[in-house]
Design a protein around this ligand. Structure first.
Ligand code: IMP
Ligand code: MG
Length: 172
């Protein structure tokens, strides 16, 4: 793609994920964790993070749609895929690729809360606070980034570029 710039190099990304995993390891000593991977964007992040955790881990998947082909959230969230395991009484972490307006995580957070986990935390690789519409308490943040549309490492533009090993953006 033309004008594709690197925002976060692969090495920096992996180092930060290592740090997040260490933090989680310390916060959850001796506990089993259920990671909820939010498809599709957070697959790469969830896999790399999970590999670095020392706890007993279960992985669940959820998918919601908010964007379509637009680059700004409509605020209308559709649930596309539901978790299959039981999270009641469990220690749960929602693993997300990016928080932009906050609409998606606000929905997911409330949705999982209804299932009465013992604890519920949020871990996002990227935080883009400039366009936030919903206040979200995020427990683990990889990188806070400026208001650019980013791609790579799970993040897509029209379903492409998820397989890039770094976080990039299109210079306009
Ligand atoms: P929110 O509901 O506005 O917080 O948006 C969250 C969702 O929108 C994320 O899970 C992503 O799938 C998508 N998204 C937000 N910003 C970007 C971006 O810069 N690149 C790719 N996808 C994004
Ligand atoms: Mg997306």
């Amino acid at each position: 793609m033309k004008n594709l710039k690197i925002l976060i190099e692969e090495e920096k990304l992996q180092k930060r994920i290592e740090e997040l995993a260490e933090q989680i390891n310390q916060d959850y000593i001796g506990k089993e964790i259920i990671l909820i991977c939010i498809l599709k964007g957070s697959i790469f992040f969830t896999v790399d993070l999970a590999k670095k955790l020392k706890n007993d881990i279960k992985i669940e998947f959820m998918q919601v749609s908010s964007y379509g082909q637009e680059t700004i959230s409509s605020g209308k969230i559709d649930l596309k895929l539901e978790i299959t395991g039981d999270v009641q009484g469990k220690d749960v972490i929602i693993v997300e690729d990016i928080i932009d307006t906050g609409e998606t995580l606000d929905y997911l957070n409330q949705y999982i809360k209804q299932k009465k986990p013992s604890t519920l935390k949020i871990c996002t690789l990227l935080d883009k606070p400039e366009r936030r519409r919903k206040k979200i308490d995020v427990d683990y943040i990889g990188f806070t980034i400026p208001d650019k549309f980013v791609i790579g490492y799970g993040l897509d533009y029209d379903e492409y570029y998820r397989n890039l090993r770094y976080i990039g953006y299109i210079e306009t």
